[in-house]
Design a protein around this ligand. Structure first.
Ligand SMILES: N=CN[C@@H](CCC(=O)O)C(=O)O
Ligand SMILES: [Zn+2]
Length: 432
């Protein structure tokens, strides 16, 4: 085949495809046995899509007449799909390091929230911030995520709680899409908290009558693109009825339902999400057995967030029960001013140690299943022909080192590649 391609990555010790039969998600045994090619190569075409992946010898013979813009010799290294972070709150001003100290001293998340801190503190600072400052800090956070291997990330609004600031955040997310190569799934989360001075009913009314109609107009005009709708369904925040009406209104606008549920109290959020056809529900530390069954039946992904339970010293989400019930388990960093973690490799490590997932299960949850939670698993989340050429090259012959070496990704990640373009090249040598 004499053709010109963007990139050839050849002779990798391992190429972890994750799956190879067009699966849109993995469950149960499918998550335990990932597809791995020993001594493999990957070809990415000029359109940024994967053209071939397989054993090095057969790729070499199939492409004997082809030319490549770039060739990477991955001898002694391994190749994985770019990681997918299915839950982040990365657009904000004002850090909350002082609250971390309060929490270490024993305050709970809701103690801080009720005292006017937490989300309210961030809302105050984000409302006051200039869009250009929000964009600059957001982009530097995205760059940190990219360096840790994330190539597709969900990004929420939700620190405005009124139209003007929610829009400012969504526009900042749009601007970042134009600035950086990382793939972004954008989420409207105007129901992240009840704004000060409003009741739940008033906040819900404002979202339904003011915020969503304006977003619909801007979406129709092609000025903004939003993928998902989110609500923080929790005692003292949005109850089940208000959550239902907001999610339904978002769904009617064509948004995917992807919301916070059953985090601090069992709210029957999982059952609600399953009934509404939610693509994903996050947190689920307090999900019930009925909720787990409902999510498995509805194919609603559970986005588990190991950093939240770790930082807030909450009970761990019941990952094993969900996996055994056949729920589509995905992972997210939950990056936000409460859980300041940009690293999916650390998230996978915590999922393995604290939630008792195996390393293959954690990788499936941070690739194909996280892509499913964002409605992107037809294009992302595995190394298969016609999917985006988004991948990581690690300076180690076995992929499990990415999870095993806690915080070691800074040395281990050699290249991060998006659509066949090298967006991060870390040539520091590493002593394993
Ligand atoms: N639980 C609600 N939202 C975030 C926290 C946001 C914040 O504290 O600023 C979460 O997913 O953990
Ligand atoms: Zn969240």
């Amino acid at each position: 085949m004499s053709k010109h391609h963007r990139l050839l990555v050849e002779n990798a010790s391992q190429v972890v495809l994750v799956c190879s039969n067009g699966e849109k998600y993995l469950t149960k045994d499918g998550m335990k046995n990932l597809c791995v090619i020993e001594n493999g190569s990957v070809v990415i075409g000029s359109d940024g899509l994967i053209k071939a992946v397989g054993p090095s010898e057969s790729i070499r013979s199939q492409h004997s007449g082809a030319t490549f813009e770039k060739v990477i010799d991955a001898t002694g290294m391994c190749v994985l799909p770019g990681l997918v972070d299915a839950h982040t709150h990365p657009v904000w001003a004002g850090d909350r390091v002082h609250e971390f100290a309060m929490k270490l001293a024993g305050a709970t998340y809701m103690d801080v929230h009720r005292a006017g801190g937490g989300i309210h503190f961030t809302v105050e600072h984000t409302r006051a911030a200039k869009a250009s400052d929000l964009l600059a800090s957001f982009c530097s956070r995205l760059v940190r995520m990219q360096r840790a291997g994330t190539t597709l990330v969900e990004c929420k609004s939700g620190y405005g709680l009124e139209l003007q600031t929610e829009l400012k955040m969504l526009e900042v997310i749009e601007a970042a899409k134009r600035t950086l190569s990382i793939n972004i799934s954008s989420t409207y989360c105007g129901a992240h908290a009840v704004p000060r001075g409003k009741t739940v009913a008033e906040a819900t009314e404002d979202i339904l009558q003011v915020q969503l109609p304006r977003l619909r107009e801007l979406m129709s005009a092609g000025i903004i693109s939003i993928d998902n709708i989110d609500v923080f369904c929790e005692q003292g925040v949005f109850d089940l009825d208000s959550t239902r009406s907001i999610l339904q209104a978002g769904r009617d606008m064509g948004l995917n339902i992807n919301f916070h549920g059953d985090e601090l109290h069992p709210m029957n959020s999982a059952q609600l999400g399953a009934e509404l056809g939610a693509l994903a529900i996050s947190h689920l530390e307090e999900v019930t057995d009925e909720g787990i069954k409902a999510m498995a039946r509805a194919k609603t992904a559970a986005v588990l967030l190991p950093t939240t339970a770790y930082i807030l010293r909450l009970p761990q989400p019941r990952a094993r029960d969900m996996l055994e019930a056949g729920v589509i388990v995905a992972l997210g960093s939950d990056f936000n001013p409460n859980a300041y973690c940009c690293s999916m490799p650390i998230v996978m490590h915590l999922a393995c140690v604290n939630m008792r997932m195996s390393m293959p299960e954690a990788l499936a949850a941070a690739t194909i299943n996280a892509a499913y939670a964002l409605g992107r698993s037809h294009t992302h989340g595995s190394l298969e022909v016609d999917k985006h050429g988004d991948l990581l090259i690690l300076k180690t012959a076995r992929w499990e080192h990415l999870i095993y070496q806690l915080g070691g990704h800074q040395e281990l990640v050699r290249h991060v590649i998006i659509k066949g373009n090298v967006i991060y090249d870390n040539d520091r040598t590493v002593d394993l």
